[in-house]
Structures are given as C-alpha cells and as structure tokens.
Design a protein. Structure first.
Length: 189
C-alpha cells in the first residue's frame, strides 16, 4: 500500500484518507492539529473509545448524532445520565449501541466533572512526547502504541477511566496533535 495518495485537488495526503471526502476533510482540518480543552478532549476520548474495533470513518459519520445525544460531550451533563439515558442511547440507531461503551462514557464523564477545570487537558498533554526529529517516511513507520500512550492509558485507568487502552490513546494522541504522524511528503507535514 502506498504511503501517500493524491487527492482530486492534486495535494498529496497520508494514504489512509483514500478517496473518502469526509476522511479527506478530517485529515486536512483536524487530524494532527493541537486540540485543547477538557470538553474537546473528553469528546475525543469518548469517540476513540466508541471506535475500538470499528473504523474511524464510521465514527466520523456518526459524530453529529453522538454530539446531539451526548449533550455536546459536556461532562457535567453526561455525568448526570442515568439508566433511562442508557436505554435511550441503546435505542438510538444513529450511534454505536454498545452498552459497555455507553456506560464507560458516562462513567468517564463523572470522573472528568470531578476534576478541576483544565486538569484533564493538562493530564493528557503531559504524556505528549517530545516531537520527533523526523517524520514517518512510510505508513509502516507509524506505530500503533508507544511508551507515552501506554503510560497515558495506565494513568487514566488508575484514575478509573475505561476504554482508554494504549492503542486507543495513541490514536487520540494522533488526532489531537500530541504527535504529528503526517507522512513525509503529505501537504500537512
């Protein structure tokens, strides 16, 4: 598989984008761009957790509905969800209807709302590695797990967070710009 692909605009992009318009927009506007804020990072953590075992494009396509039914991922609101909300969410075909993931998102929201403002942001970004001196030359150079994502996962789990495994946390690090894995030659690199 090639590491770069030319889009309809002639720009070279990381090959995982393929020819999907939503993936291209996500790659060009979001992926690898530094993201801060407790609510924004809680949303990414939640969506990455829902993505476990699925493709990211599935989550991107369902993200508007996720935002709608999860109160724009406001931890104070989501943390107050109860069994009635779980039933409501389980009946909503517009999201991933996995009870464990729904319960984890609610539980994680409760943990975030107990934290001081900015604490989740500071905690997560404390695991961002020192930027590499060179960028990946090929897709095969991009890891799925790193010592930093493993340490982040371990600390979040210690605090009671769920669906925050090392691979999921590395995907979060990539999507939030904690690491920049745009392949050399990509127009975003």
């Amino acid at each position: 598989m090639p590491s770069l692909i030319a889009g309809p605009d002639g720009r070279l992009r990381c090959a995982w984008v393929g020819d999907d318009t939503e993936y291209r927009r996500y790659h060009d506007e979001e992926w690898g761009t530094p993201l801060h804020g407790d609510r924004a990072l809680f949303e990414k953590m939640s969506l990455e957790g829902f993505q476990a075992g699925l493709s990211w494009i599935t989550i991107l396509r369902k993200r508007p509905r996720f935002r709608e039914v999860f109160a724009a991922f406001d931890p104070a609101v989501v943390g107050a969800f109860d069994e009635n909300d779980i039933h409501r969410l389980m009946a909503d075909a517009g999201i991933i209807r996995n009870r464990s993931k729904i319960e984890a998102t609610i539980g994680n929201a409760r943990l975030v709302r107990e934290m001081a403002e900015g604490e989740l942001d500071a905690l997560m970004w404390s695991f961002a590695p020192t930027p590499a001196g060179s960028r990946p030359a090929a897709m095969s150079d991009v890891p799925a797990v790193t010592p930093e994502s493993t340490a982040m996962s371990k600390e979040l789990r210690r605090r009671g967070f769920r669906f925050v495994g090392p691979t999921t946390m590395y995907a979060l690090m990539q999507s939030t710009g904690m690491v920049d894995d745009h392949i050399a030659g990509c127009w975003r690199a």
